[in-house]
Design a protein around this ligand. Sequence first.
Ligand SMILES: [Zn+2]
Length: 65
Amino acid sequence: MTTNDLAMTGTTIDPSGCNCDDCLRGSSIPLHRATAAHLQGLMNGDLANATGLDLSDIEAVLDGL
Ligand SMILES: [Zn+2]
């Protein structure tokens, strides 16, 4: 399976530790539960960045995992 097989359209990455309804339903993924594929989508712009983090600051992003 490649990352292209993952149905991630419309998925939003939320802040680490987020426990909102969207995260509970799975339509959003909290950063601490994001997989490598999610991170790739986030960096590609395929997934919405709702983490509040500047994605150019990779250290801050990795700290949230
Ligand atoms: Zn959330």
